[in-house]
Ligand binder design. Structure first.
Ligand code: 2P0
Length: 366
């Protein structure tokens, strides 16, 4: 096991530090996948590699105050979400922390007061598990840093944070980095791993540097089938192998077009990935549809308008009905005109403007 994934030696006075109280606070973003993770092998191991970029405006802030739990009988948690105590979630976090015992040696000795909040409404139909789990992972690791004999270097810190986030929610492991990152073993990406995400090892072309992601909120209700169930339905899916092979090939192509600044190929792969993801859902057993009639209306309208007006804009979908419009910064004005025609299909006309982000931020320790 590498230094980044194994438990580190706690300092001799870690209990004194905990008696005084250890604090941390991290802000961590959501991300949007271009090559989609859909299907698992074993415990939180992806069936195929994926690639995403972190967002700027959609994030979670998590604060933890860690105290000594003198009974040392396992991690204990109190959890407050947006100012309200949530005991049901606290017990879910305690289960998650039990999974982390091999990775964070201090956990049996602590009582954690966790406070968390999002800057986007959690009912808005935007995935919050990636920002929430990455903020939690970074905070838990930051507490460890303050209790260790020797500090992790930056690279090891983020890899270990990514591994911990992955155990909470797969897509979260990509959110610990700025910009584009990928997760899952792939021959074209040196150091790639199924255990954690890595930042991409090249500079993307200028079209992707300040890429925008405008989210058209078609439906703000919680989705009918969770991603956890969706992943499970890939287990005996008749098209699973073809889908996993397609993702591997698309990741190679995506790497090339990001390097070569090739928008058209980028758009084509991104849209194929979105449609394949939803095709997997529709052809599962039982099949289900997360897209809304307005999702398709927007796709039709967008495809027609971008052709007429020669605009570099494409769409992707998460596991839900809301459209993410992706476009280079320089297309801002032209896309704004198209968006003004698309809000008629959005729930309460709602649109969230976001861009590629600078990654997580620490408020105290790193
Ligand atoms: C992704 N999604 O790559 C894909 C595309 C949604 C669509 O990963 O069970 O919440 O927590 O590991 O990460 C959503 O699934 O699943 C997801 P878990 P997760 O972003």
């Amino acid at each position: 096991m590498s230094k980044s994934t194994s438990a580190m030696t706690l300092s001799s006075d870690f209990k004194d530090k905990l008696s005084e109280g250890v604090n941390t606070c991290w802000k961590s973003p959501a991300n949007i996948a271009l090559v989609k993770y859909w299907g698992k092998k074993g415990h939180q191991i992806p069936a195929n590699p994926s690639l995403s970029f972190s967002l700027d405006e959609a994030y979670t802030i998590t604060r933890i105050h860690a105290k000594l739990n003198p009974n040392a009988n396992g991690p204990k948690v109190s959890f407050t979400f947006e100012g309200e105590k949530n005991p049901a979630f606290a017990s879910k976090i305690e289960q998650f922390l039990n999974d982390l015992l091999p990775h964070l040696e201090y956990l049996p000795h602590v009582y954690l007061e966790i406070e968390s909040g999002n800057n986007f409404p959690h009912s808005a139909g935007i995935a919050s598990s990636a920002s929430a789990m990455s903020a939690l992972a970074l905070s838990l690791l930051c507490i460890e840093q303050q209790l260790l004999e020797e500090q992790l270097d930056d690279n090891s810190f983020y890899r270990k944070a990514s591994l911990i986030a992955r155990l909470g929610s797969g897509s979260a492991c990509r959110s610990v980095y700025a910009g584009f990152s990928m997760w899952g073993k792939h021959d074209d990406f040196k150091d790639s791993s199924d255990n954690y995400a890595i930042p991409i090892d090249f500079k993307p072309g200028s079209l992707f540097e300040n890429i925008h992601d405008t989210i058209l909120l078609v439906d703000q209700n919680p989705k009918k089938v969770s991603s956890r169930v969706g992943h499970q339905l890939m287990d005996n899916h008749p098209f699973a192998k073809a889908r996993y092979d397609q993702a591997v090939t698309n990741l190679s192509k995506m790497r090339s077009c990001l390097i070569e600044n090739d928008w058209d190929t980028f758009a084509s792969i991104t849209e194929t990935e979105a449609l394949s993801l939803h095709a997997m859902m529709m052809s599962s057993s039982p099949g289900y549809i997360l897209m809304h009639p307005n999702t398709l209306k927007i796709v039709e309208h967008l495809v027609e308008k971008r052709k007429q007006n020669h605009v570099n804009v494409c769409y992707t979908l998460d596991a839900g009905p809301n459209l993410h419009l992706l476009y280079p910064e320089e297309e801002n004005d032209k896309v704004a005109l198209i968006i003004s025609e698309l809000t008629q299909y959005c729930s309460d006309g709602k649109v969230i403007y976001d861009t590629i982000g600078k990654g997580p931020e620490n408020k105290h320790c790193k």
